[in-house]
Design a protein around this ligand. Structure first.
Ligand code: COA
Length: 259
């Protein structure tokens, strides 16, 4: 698949997906969502890629939301489909990806933009970033998982306030709420994320994939996360990465994980 709205690059085991519609503040239209699905899938299947970064082009916006011009005339059926397809193709897909995904929030992350950042495994923002779920100001609600993931990340009361006011918080407040893990300057954002990604890339990708699955199990209805952890822990003992990791420790050398 060739891309009109995103750029996929990779080097040193780290893929970067850049949403590239700067004239529309990188708003997510349906085509962009399909391209993002393809790029995440491709990066995840490439065994040389250990970590994926997602960011927006330019220095104004990560993503300023779903593309309002595209859904302004939708009816209930089309609206329901937009939400269901988007969640399946992109937001649930990224959350459950075996490869770690870091959102590098380089500006506005609003509506679907914050929802995209929230389905990533964690987030880093630059100090000019602004985040919020302004959907109720348009007469709609967050439809790409925002009503579920925001309370998980910052607590119900704070999420309710942010959603009801349709307000924006700055990077400092987002850090204070635990919505982002780190705040950097605009210039340092990507290099900071690369450093974090490089650290992650040194560890066992097989173990990391199992850990992502176990952590996510806590948020799935009807699934006992402790059981998922026990099984994944046990399964780790029969992996080549476990053999290499423990052998390297005992031999006092750095592990080189086969993956
Ligand atoms: N969907 C479609 N187009 C969008 C968009 C979105 N979510 N967000 C921004 N754009 C477009 C604008 O329409 C404008 O296009 P134009 O130049 O062709 O008119 C362009 O991006 C630049 O945006 P603009 O509003 O002029 O920039 P600004 O600096 O004045 O304001 C924002 C920035 C982010 C505050 C403002 O763009 C905004 O409120 N966007 C919508 C946010 C939102 O409600 N998202 C949730 C959607 S469900």
């Amino acid at each position: 698949m060739s891309y009109n709205n995103i750029i996929l690059e990779h080097s040193n085991g780290i893929a970067t997906i850049t949403i590239n519609r700067p004239n529309k503040l990188n708003a997510l239209n349906i085509e962009t969502i399909k391209e993002l699905h393809d790029a995440f899938d491709k990066a995840n299947r490439n065994k040389a890629i250990k970590v994926i970064l997602v960011t927006g082009s330019g220095n104004k916006a990560f993503v300023a939301g779903a593309d309002i011009s595209e859904f302004a005339h939708f009816d209930t059926e089309k609206g329901t489909q937009l939400s269901a397809n988007g969640q399946k193709l992109l937001f649930d897909f990224v959350e459950n990806l075996a490869t770690p995904v870091i959102a590098a929030i380089n500006g506005f992350a609003l509506g679907g933009g914050l929802e995209l950042a929230m389905c990533c495994h964690f987030r880093v923002a630059c100090d000019t970033a602004k985040m919020g779920l302004p959907e109720v100001s348009l007469g709609v609600i967050p439809g790409y998982g925002g009503t579920q993931r925001l309370p998980q990340l910052i607590g119900k009361g704070r999420a309710m306030e942010l959603i009801m006011t349709a307000g924006m918080i700055d990077a400092g407040q987002a850090l204070n709420f635990g919505l982002v893990n780190h705040v950097t300057s605009q210039e340092e954002l990507l290099s900071f994320c690369y450093k974090l990604a490089s650290k992650i890339a040194q560890n066992s990708s097989v173990a990391i994939a199992a850990a992502i699955k176990a952590v996510n199990a806590n948020y799935k209805d009807g699934i006992d996360g402790f059981k998922v952890e026990i099984n994944a822990f046990g399964n780790a003992f029969s992996t080549k990465d476990f053999k290499e990791g423990t052998t390297a420790f005992l031999e006092k050398r750095r592990a080189v994980f086969p993956g």
